[in-house]
Design a protein around this ligand. Structure first.
Ligand code: NAP
Length: 328
């Protein structure tokens, strides 16, 4: 049975768009399905100063627009839709798309990313990129000489708190219990750091701002006594974990204990012909540039896989029900 496509990519962050760029330049005419959060996490960031090649930085959404245009230029077709189901148990692989129905493909690259968890107190999401951040590496530099808070008690929170002491005048870790979840070594480092102090047994009740997106402090509630206390500060980093976007493939691909896709020998997953790139398979580096690198690897791995397939079935192009965008 011939497939509709040789390669389909799910996800449009740096991993998905780089995979698309490489697959398009390998003449595989990739189809990329953008997903609900088109552009991924960088769409929530303001200035990106650690993407190589932009000495003055580039705004996150502008960087994603450039990556998208570059992938389109070489023949990537994009569907502004969301994948609702995949069947990786039979050949060809099958994908159901809300905007376009069902399509089949020989190879699939999953680049659905991970979503930072939010406190879900309203103000945290509203002030994202304006005093509230989920990425110390991205935004720490903006808080030079200023007091800030890090929320969370795991390895990410300790890592971010320690990193942020390079910039901030003081880092207050707010944790909802009286013991940290972080590994002993990370705990010891954070506790020994003179610029870090801890507010225990407390959750953030409110983030205060002056209406121009300028954070002025947080109100913390002691979970044991219910007492409220205001801490004046200029920035809030939320580090309460990430959730990999793997609901689609749960039960079909090998996942690790935290729900991330397990990859072997580059970007190969437990199912031949299915590759994973970016944050959906990486909870260690989680940078745009490393995601893009793994997207490149996934396209090369997919190309090699397709070259080795027993028969090179000609694809029949996009199914009629699929609305595709022409390269710009
Ligand atoms: P994590 O280990 O799940 O820790 C999340 C922290 O956030 C916990 O302390 C949790 O509190 C707190 N939290 C969760 N939801 C919250 C909420 N709604 N409000 C307030 N606090 C909340 O996540 P992570 O720190 O991102 O680490 C994920 C994995 O990556 C771990 O396996 C970790 O070891 C690994 N990692 C390793 C390194 C490293 O080795 N350098 C660095 C980063 C991450 P409770 O403790 O009360 O549950």
């Amino acid at each position: 049975m011939t497939s509709d496509r040789r390669v389909v990519i799910i996800g449009s962050g740096p991993a998905g768009l780089t995979a698309a760029l490489y697959a398009a330049r390998a003449n595989l005419k990739p189809l990329l399905i953008e997903g609900l959060e088109a552009g991924g996490q960088l769409m929530l960031t303001t200035m990106v100063e650690n993407w190589p090649g932009y000495r003055d930085g580039i705004m996150g959404p502008d960087l994603m627009a450039e990556m998208r245009a570059q992938a389109l230029r070489f023949g990537t077709e994009v569907i502004e839709g969301n994948v609702t189901a995949v069947d990786l148990g039979q050949r060809p692989l099958t994908i159901a798309i809300d905007a376009a129905g069902r399509i089949t493909t020989d190879a699939l690259i999953i680049a659905t990313g991970a979503s930072a968890r939010w406190l879900e107190i309203g103000s945290d999401r509203k002030l994202s990129g304006h005093g509230v951040s989920t990425c110390a590496t991205c935004d720490g530099y903006f808080f030079r000489g200023k007091p800030i808070a890090v929320i969370g008690g795991g390895d990410s929170a300790m890592e971010e708190a320690i990193y942020l002491t390079k910039f901030a005048s003081k880092v207050t870790v707010v944790h909802r219990r009286d013991t940290l979840r972080a590994s002993k070594i990370m705990q010891d480092k954070a506790i020994a750091n003179p610029k870090i102090d801890f507010v225990w047994d407390s959750e953030v009740a409110e983030i205060k701002d002056v209406g121009r997106g300028e954070v002025t402090g947080i109100v913390v509630r002691n979970v044991k006594t219910g007492q409220l206390r205001e801490l004046p500060l200029d920035g809030v980093f939320i580090a309460i974990g990430h959730t990999p976007n793997t609901a689609l493939v749960k039960g079909q691909l090998e996942l690790d204990g935290n729900g991330y896709i397990v990859t072997h020998h580059g970007t190969r997953t437990s199912v031949p012909g299915v590759f994973a790139a970016g944050d959906v398979q990486d909870h260690v580096y989680r940078q745009a540039v490393t995601a893009a690198g793994s997207g490149c690897m996934a396209a090369i791995d997919a190309e090699r896989y397709l070259e080795g397939m027993p028969e090179h079935a000609e694809t029949v192009g996009a199914p009629r029900s699929v609305e595709v965008r022409s390269p710009q």
